[in-house]
Design a protein around this ligand. Structure first.
Ligand SMILES: Cc1cc2nc3c(=O)[nH]c(=O)nc-3n(C[C@H](O)[C@H](O)[C@H](O)COP(=O)(O)OP(=O)(O)OC[C@H]3O[C@@H](n4cnc5c(N)ncnc54)[C@H](O)[C@@H]3O)c2cc1C
Length: 342
């Protein structure tokens, strides 16, 4: 008897679409395990724009990206998903009627069907080439800010010149003890409005622009940072006393191992049947940003509909011989919710 954990469905990617797929599978009595390369759920919403408002989620005139993720996680919770975070699915192999998935940490899991909701591929931050960087990562060097409050009272160095660097500088100016923005040019690539706000905050002394400088080294011990060393193009060096470094040099996104799984690909996307989201491999479905079909819109709301279609298409694989009677959630209810009225 195999000791490898088994579920009906394995969902690769815990972005908004993967999270909603847990709910849709759960409503059809299918259990899920969910794997993500990031150490938090939420995909692009969590990693790229947690504090931005989204305006095109039906029923929410405006909702913060992280709030949407919290709600999706809550909506999935009654179906008891098992999350395997901080690990990338590296390989898939057939094992009888099941698929066997192996992750970058060596974890193995089995499932009857797979939903790939991997967005633009596994995320990884572009890491600055600094000596001893690993010993600070996750302790005082962070590539994404999970909660703004974590930065309260800290001396924060932000490195980078794009939207993330500028947006976080603006956001943290109110909570951090000090915000220093290191960029190799004095022009920022962020939205013009945000770049203008950044300059205004610098002029009022609320933040310091350390330009044109680049990261050179870190000082500290035991993972606790005491200073960030920067240098300019003439090799002039400055020592910025700091508790936290936030390097925002973008996220490297690549399909990575997914490209090796023998699926029918089209320009880094997985081609699917638009009626079912089935890929070219039996039992493997793809939804959300990674799925491609004529007329595809890369929107969260399209991904939600694809999650429902994939779950319905998977049902006969998990419950062979059982006829699926289509039912509304209002009729079925969800586990733990009080019954509705007739
Ligand atoms: C700045 C910005 C603003 C946006 N605004 C909007 C908006 O207003 N409205 C809207 O509808 N959309 C918006 N989007 C797009 C929206 O975020 C995406 O459409 C959505 O995130 C796609 O969800 P997803 O679950 O398919 O993939 P993602 O959110 O990309 O999540 C995929 C997850 O899969 C993981 N993964 C990938 N490969 C593997 C692997 N091999 N093993 C393990 N894990 C893996 C990744 O780490 C990632 O966490 C915006 C995007 C950006 C960048």
């Amino acid at each position: 008897m195999s000791t490898v954990p088994r579920s009906d469905v394995a969902i690769i990617g815990a972005g908004p679409v993967g999270l909603f797929a847990i709910f849709e599978c759960g409503m059809l009595k299918m259990s899920c395990q969910v794997i993500d390369a990031l150490d938090v759920v939420g995909g692009q919403c969590a990693a790229l724009y947690p504090e931005k408002p989204i305006y095109d989620i039906p029923g929410y005139p405006q909702i913060g990206a992280m709030e949407l993720i919290d709600r999706l996680t809550e909506q999935a919770a009654p179906f008891n998903p098992v999350y395997h975070l901080n690990q990338r699915v590296d390989s898939l192999a057939r094992e009888g009627e099941d698929w066997l998935l192996t992750t970058s940490t060596g974890t193995q899991l089995r499932a009857r069907a797979i939903i790939i909701a991997a967005g633009v591929g596994a995320f990884g931050p572009n890491r600055p080439p600094l000596a001893d960087l690993e010993s600070y990562e996750g302790k005082s060097v962070f590539y994404l800010v999970k909660r703004r409050e974590d930065m309260r009272g800290k001396r924060v160095v932000i490195a980078g010149g794009g939207d993330s660097a500028v947006d976080w500088a603006l956001s943290l100016a109110d909570v951090a003890a000090r915000v220093m923005v290191v960029h190799r040019r004095d022009k920022f690539r962020a939205a013009p409005d945000s770049a203008a706000k950044l300059k205004a905050l610098a002029q009022s002394g609320r933040i310091e622009l350390v330009v044109p400088y680049q990261l050179e080294g870190l000082e500290g011990s035991g993972g606790a940072l005491s200073a960030v060393i920067v240098k300019d193009l003439d090799r002039g060096v400055r020592r910025l006393e700091a508790d936290v470094l936030l390097p925002f040099f973008g996220l490297a996104m690549n399909l990575g191992p997914i490209a090796q799984w023998g699926l029918n690909l089209e320009r880094n996307h997985i081609k699917v049947d638009p009626a079912t989201c089935a890929t070219s491999a039996p039992g493997i479905f793809a939804i959300g940003d990674i799925a491609s079909y004529p007329g595809k819109l890369k929107l969260i709301l399209s991904g939600f509909a694809e999650a429902a279609m994939a779950a319905h298409a998977i049902y006969p694989l998990v419950h062979p011989g059982e006829v699926l009677h289509f039912e509304y959630s209002t009729t079925k209810g969800v586990p733990g919710a009080s019954a509705g009225h007739d």
